[in-house]
Design a protein. Structure first.
Ligand SMILES: Cc1cc2nc3c(=O)[nH]c(=O)nc-3n(C[C@H](O)[C@H](O)[C@H](O)COP(=O)(O)O)c2cc1C
Length: 191
C-alpha cells in the first residue's frame, strides 16, 4: 500500500503507478445512470492521462445515451492479481476524434472489425450468416480499416478516486482522493 505521507498529490499519478499499460491493459466496469436507475457493463480502459481515464465505444450504444442525459459515471477497476481495486466517481466527456482514431489503431484486428459489425441488426442474423458475413468482411478489408463510423471516445474526469489494497497479514484499506475547493484531499478508509 502506498503510505498517505508518501503518496502522490494527484490520484492520476497513483493510478499510473498501479495500472498496466498497453494492449493488455485493464478492464473496468463502467456504471451509468439510466433515468436514475444504475446500469453497468465492462469496457476496456484504453488509456489514462493526467486528467482521467479513457474508454471507447459505439456512439449508438445505450451507455452513450445515458452519458448524454447525465454525464456522472463510476468506474470499477479490479486488479485481482495484485489484490487491488480502483473505484472512481466522475464525469464523462467526449475526447477528440484524433484521439479516438489513435485508440482505434491500437485495437486488435478482431476489435477493429467488431466496431464495424457490432449492430443490433447483425446480432439478429442466424449464426451461420453471422459467420459468413464476418469472414467476407475480413476477406474484403483485412486489417486495413478506418475507424468505424460510430467509434467515439470518452474521458472520465474524477471527482473521487479510491485505491483499495488487500493484504494477507493485515486489514484491507483504501486511500481515498477527493477533489476539494483547494485541490485534492486524501483520507484513509476501512477497506
Ligand atoms: C471483456 C469485455 C470488454 C469489453 N470492452 C468494451 C469496450 O471497450 N467498449 C465497448 O463499447 N464495449 C465493450 N464491451 C461490451 C460492453 O460490455 C457492452 O456489452 C456493450 O458496450 C453494450 O453496452 P451498453 O448497451 O450498455 O451501451 C466489452 C465486453 C467485455 C466482456
Amino acid at each position: 500500500m502506498t503510505e498517505p505521507a508518501s503518496s502522490p498529490a494527484e490520484p492520476m499519478m497513483l493510478a499510473a503507478e498501479w495500472l498496466p499499460e498497453g494492449p493488455n491493459g485493464s478492464l473496468m466496469t463502467l456504471s451509468t445512470l439510466d433515468d436514475g436507475a444504475p446500469d453497468a457493463r465492462t469496457v476496456v480502459l484504453s488509456l489514462i492521462d493526467t486528467e482521467g481515464f479513457h474508454f471507447h465505444t459505439d456512439a449508438a450504444s445505450r451507455k452513450v445515451a445515458h452519458i448524454a442525459a447525465d454525464p456522472r459515471v463510476a468506474l470499477t477497476i479490479l486488479l485481482a492479481e495484485q489484490s487491488r481495486q480502483i473505484v472512481v466517481q466522475g464525469t464523462a466527456a467526449r475526447v477528440t476524434s484524433d484521439e479516438a482514431a489513435q485508440a482505434y489503431a491500437d485495437r486488435s484486428p478482431y476489435l477493429k472489425q467488431l466496431a464495424w459489425l457490432n449492430t443490433h441488426a447483425f446480432a439478429a442474423l442466424p449464426e451461420d450468416e453471422r459467420q459468413d458475413r464476418w469472414a467476407a468482411f475480413a476477406a474484403e478489408h483485412g486489417d486495413d480499416l478506418a475507424p468505424a463510423p460510430g467509434w467515439i471516445g470518452f474521458r472520465v474526469t474524477p471527482t473521487r478516486v479510491s485505491f483499495w489494497s488487500g493484504a494477507p497479514d493485515t486489514a484491507s484499506r483504501r486511500l481515498e482522493y477527493r477533489r476539494g475547493p483547494g485541490g485534492w484531499e486524501t483520507s484513509l478508509r476501512a477497506g
